[in-house]
Design a protein around this ligand. Structure first.
Ligand code: FAD
Length: 490
């Protein structure tokens, strides 16, 4: 891969001649705005930013990069928390946030066709007058883009019942890393052949750039009930979660916050959660009215049986919003009780919640670091917030250490190093803890089939980025492709 300053200079010149003047940014002060995503600890100023407003501009930028051997990174709103959209100092950052038309909302077949820069919540807002909504709802839904959601296979509070982004994407128009264009998937379900759309969703920008996405819309539920349950401990709240799921009830959401997360939310938005709670659950049920009423009553009973000392059932939409306010503001609210924090993202089997939260508490106490927990309990998807003060020598290192050790705990209990925020730049080093060399090589082969020159968001997901054609080491005996020297190619 040629990434010399000569190549990038040629690409910039080409971009300037082909794109509108305001679409190509090289001014260092403006470039600095794009030097990180939601993971603020890693910063790299890109060589150039392209503000794409249509597919042709994306194609043009990618083709210029491909011909010069210059790497590129796609960026939506930059809310990613794993450094997936971290730019490259010698590369092009293609920003999609201005590329945002909702092209179609089809009530007849419950589909929406959108540009990649469309904000997640806008899809629901546009389809709700028709009685529909877009189910994946990351807590960042007011700002993150559909392109970013597809790249991260994002989840959210309501993914317990409705599934992650991958369950709601039907097709994607993609600019491949060589600048060509393909459509993966189709508007009707179940295309024959390999599930290349499945490979693309969650590929974190390493297989190309999505320029149009067709998603499924769901019919808005007839009825919704939301209640808040206060418990003395996370153990009791975890037991209630397991009891509800074991009873065959699948709420739209079961979210948990521990005492520290509640303290932060109270300080930020005065959410008035139950006094003295060591944990709260926000439980939401939706569906036909009779079913919701019966399941909500059963879930409330199970919470009481598990030790809930207070339950508040929202009487209307306003009270429902009040319940959600504390949960939705929790990440940002942590800024009220700590100058700095790391948002971790790991997943564990739900049945291990009490055990892992307990061990996490011991780990944090041992290192003298505070950890606040606010997470998707129903999915076993943890979001520990590791608090620290960067101005105190050694604190950020200790926080990093605790944050990494939490992932080890997740793996130890049969979980994963990421539930929904992706691997990105941040967690690439943890991949070998979860996958063997053969696993990683196989993934790399898929990547090379899309991107043989490693130009599309290199340095993300994989711990040791290799180019197709490199011979990183002696092949293992069980390599799946030992013919004609191809075993060495990736
Ligand atoms: C407060 C807060 C709460 C959050 N809550 C959640 C949550 O509940 N669930 C969850 O899953 N995530 C959550 N996130 C993380 C983040 O919002 C999601 O990962 C989101 O999908 C990122 O979208 P984005 O547009 O900001 O993408 P970016 O951060 O800009 O990019 C993310 C990745 O997508 C790639 N990408 C972007 N656009 C394209 C494209 N068109 N084609 C190909 N690749 C592309 C980038 O290269 C990068 O690898 C949260 C973040 C914050 C700050």
């Amino acid at each position: 891969m040629a990434t010399s300053s000569g190549s990038i200079a040629a690409v910039i010149e080409r971009l300037r001649s082909a794109l509108p003047r305001e679409a190509v940014i090289t001014d260092p002060a403006r470039l600095a705005t794009y030097d990180c995503d939601g993971l603020l600890v890693h910063r790299v100023t890109p060589a150039v930013v392209v503000l794409a407003s249509d597919a042709e501009q994306v194609r043009l930028a990618v083709r210029a990069c491909a011909e010069a051997g210059v790497p590129f990174v796609a960026r939506g709103s930059g809310t990613g928390l794993s450094g997936g959209a971290l730019p490259l100092a010698d590369g092009v950052l293609i920003v999609m946030s201005g590329f945002r038309e909702i092209k179609e909302i089809s009530r007849a077949d419950q589909r929406a066709v959108v540009d990649p820069g469309v904000i997640n919540l806008s899809v629901t807002q546009a389809s709700s007058p028709e009685g529909y909504y877009f189910a994946p709802d990351p807590s960042s839904q007011q700002i993150c883009t559909i392109g970013g959601n597809v790249a991260e296979n994002s989840g959210g509070a309501h993914c317990l019942k409705y599934g992650f982004t991958s369950n709601h994407v039907l097709s994607a128009e993609v600019v491949m890393p060589d600048g060509s264009q393909v459509t993966l998937g189709q508007r009707a379900p179940d295309a024959p052949g390999y599930d290349l759309l499945g490979a693309f969703v969650g590929s974190e920008g390493t297989l190309g750039v999505a320029t149009e996405v067709t998603v499924k819309l769901l019919r808005s539920a007839e009825s919704v009930q939301t209640f808040l349950a206060g418990f003395e401990s996370t153990d009791a709240a975890g037991a209630a979660t397991s009891a509800i799921i074991a009873a065959g009830i699948v709420p739209a959401a079961i979210e948990m916050m521990d005492a520290l997360a509640i303290e932060a939310a109270e300080a930020a938005v005065a959410c008035n959660y139950p006094d003295g709670a060591g944990a709260v659950l926000v439980v939401e049920l939706d569906g036909p009215t009779a079913e919701v009423e019966a399941e909500s009553a059963a879930a409330q009973r199970m919470c009481r049986e598990a030790g809930a000392f207070e339950i508040r059932l929202a009487a209307d939409a306003e009270e429902r919003m009040a319940i959600w306010r504390g949960r939705k503001s929790a990440f940002a609210a942590v800024g009220r009780i700590s100058p700095d924090y790391i948002v971790q993202d790991g997943v564990i089997p739900r049945t291990k919640l009490s055990q892992v939260l307990g061990q996490m508490g011991e780990l944090a106490a041992d290192k003298g670091v505070r950890v606040a927990n606010v997470f998707h309990a129903g999915d076993g998807n943890l979001h520990p917030l590791v608090l620290f003060d960067g101005s105190v020598p050694g604190e950020s290192e200790r926080a990093e250490e605790v944050s990494g050790a939490i992932l080890d705990l997740c793996l130890e209990h049969g979980g994963s190093i990421t539930g929904e925020h992706g691997v990105g730049f941040d967690k690439a080093k943890h991949m070998p803890k979860m996958f063997t060399e053969v696993d990683l090589d196989t993934m790399q082969r898929v990547r090379c089939a899309f991107d043989p020159h490693g130009l599309s968001n290199p340095g993300k997901i994989y711990p040791t980025p290799r180019l197709c054609g490199e011979v990183p080491r002696k092949r293992s005996a069980n390599d799946p492709n030992p013919y004609e020297g191809k075993a060495e190619i990736f």
